[in-house]
Ligand binder design. Sequence first.
Ligand code: CAA
Length: 228
Amino acid sequence: MTKVALVTGGSRGIGAAISIGLKNAGYTVAANYAGNDEAAGKFSAQTGIKAYKWSVADYDACAAVLVNNAGITRDAMFHKLTREQWKEVIDTNLSGVFNMTHPLWGGMRDRKFGRVITISSINGQKGQAGQVNYSAAKAGDIGFSKALAQEGARAGITVNVICPGYIATEMVKAIDEKVLNERIIPQIPVGRLGEPEEIARCVVFLASEDAGFITGSTITANGGQYFA
Ligand code: CAA
């Protein structure tokens, strides 16, 4: 099990020692710091621990945006799909969204502001042969978000989903070249894979104050491959 530790004031002094101690003990560490960019940069370069800047004293700075982006594929036709391949994908792509959102939800409710943005997939909308596990998890992410959006609305928290189509990432480039070129790209009306930045811009919009009236929504960004 991966253990994640967030260490506030974690790039200098006692905090730095705590970050390093936790890292050595097997934790994945995120170090928070408030002001000293130079020290934080040096700390990250020396330790490999990422440092994130905000002041814990600044109430407004605690307003949280959570982007559930982590996801994996274990593609196989259903008759060959193993229980392990099923479980790995459900654990990461669906339960992972619960695991990350649940601990942050109380703070968002207290602060009366929050943004939960989950990256689902075109294949959670339309299904994809060879991806029963992935399609089930990604469809689950949409149901999760629609239900949670109703709970968060009165508390100023929006919960939305982005469904990217086939984007030029390592995950998509790992598909067999023949399958990608002959079966998948021809199904994309714009005639190309999407770019990661085209998804990032959707996230930036949903995270903004301007998107406060949008909740429980699914943004489809797939080059016209599927109209949900
Ligand atoms: N619909 C119905 N049947 C299909 C099919 C489809 N779309 N694609 C393949 N089949 C059939 C084949 O015709 C073949 O049938 P026969 O045995 O009767 O000839 C059978 O299924 C096996 O096909 P393959 O030879 O392709 O099987 P394989 O075991 O070599 O490979 C696979 C299976 C790994 C799933 C491969 O087909 C594949 O990579 N498909 C693409 C899956 C895909 O789109 N993954 C997306 C990954 S990226 C991502 O997930 C990001 C995102 O969100 C979009």
